[in-house]
Design a protein around this ligand. Sequence first.
Ligand SMILES: *[C@@H]1O[C@H](CO)[C@@H](O)[C@H](O)[C@H]1NC(C)=O
Length: 165
Amino acid sequence: MSGLDESISITRVAPKKSFFDISAIGTIMKIVVLGLFVVVFCANVEGKVYTKCGLTNELITLNFPRTFIGNWVCLIESESGKNTSRITNRANGKQGVGLFQIKSKDWCTFGKKGGTCNVKCEDMLDENIKDDGVCAEKVKNEFGFLAWDGWKRSCKGRNLPLPPC
Ligand SMILES: *[C@@H]1O[C@H](CO)[C@@H](O)[C@H](O)[C@H]1NC(C)=O
């Protein structure tokens, strides 16, 4: 009986440490995975910059009427440079927020849901532009494209068909 116990304990010797310890791979993997999470998380916070065709296809996916997509793309190029995280200071302490440069205070509020669109302005700065699009359509329904200085400046009076992609 006691002889058997001893033979078991002998098999439990610590594995010999080599220069490249195989158990370190687990630690390295954890660091790599953690690093990837940080990169992905930061990329989301940073938002994204669309290409012209990437933007066109996204607006089609979001069911924007095709006849107006040329104007929306022109407006977005002019207002935000197709950058979802663009934020600019405007008159009366307002800010232009995100891809469509939705005006804070009027259409969204920082810190909590508010404005005519009843959204947080922070939510207009991420990569998800569905909520931005809903709000932008609301602005257009009320004031037309004339609500955007960037549209008046760069797009008004131009023939702007659906960009060929
Ligand atoms: C997008 O906008 C953000 C916020 O203004 C800015 O930090 C970033 O550099 C812009 N990206 C590009 C590619 O212009």
